[in-house]
Write a protein that binds this ligand. Sequence first.
Ligand code: GLP
Length: 263
Amino acid sequence: MLVILKRDNEEVNEQAAQLIAGAIRKKPLLTLGLATGNTMVGLYQHLVRLHQAGWLDFSEVKTFNLDEYLGLPDSHPQSFQHFMHENFFRHVNVSPRNIHIPDGSIRGHYEAYCASYEQSIRAAGGIDLQVLGIGRNGHIGFNEPTSSLASRTRLKVLSRETLDDNAKFFGPEEGPSCAITMGIGTILEARKILLLATGGSKAAAVAKSIEGPITCAVSASALQLHPDVTFVLDEPAAARLAERDYYHRVLQMTSLLTPDRLS
Ligand code: GLP
């Protein structure tokens, strides 16, 4: 587990964009797992800038999004479909046929639909690089606390904390109470994982995920089981980590000995 400590949000986005760009340059046919949320907005802006400057080509990249709210039409301003098109896809050259986002408009036959989403990930050769954010309660995707660490793509009921966090986006309209999300087991099958966290509201979840016990109470703690995870954190998000000095030293040695891991 590599923990990259950055000063602020801007530096986190820059570092994450560099890692993703490096992965695409090494493997133009990369299968990229994508996430939504405020944390991702700046990252997508960086990737869009690299693309528009002619330094990054997404023409052969395949993408799979982690999750989508159940019951929102694609056009709803809070749907992840809408988020991804507005913040990323419409500004870059990912081919529409290579974009996969769980369909939140389905009614019934959820298990069959979720199994087909998993099947399309397998058909694409599996996810090479999965980008993650983290919820205040430690969720990744919408794997709320108590999710099975072996879970697969499925329908998930949102926790009270997530509903409260979402209330500001939905206003007086009642927000969705369920989502379709890749499972923790699905996420752990990605070859490489990159988790971004910024801001003090994530500090407790980040510390538990990296330094706490592996537990279904903190879904992101399952990432400790993965051999190639990189956390990119700003100072407020890293504030509750006990081993910050060690992570700084590891980072120095990484840039000396295996700089490839940082680009
Ligand atoms: C949602 C998404 C997660 C995301 C989380 C954090 O719940 N399902 O994938 O990581 O929000 O969002 P934010 O970056 O807005 O804090």
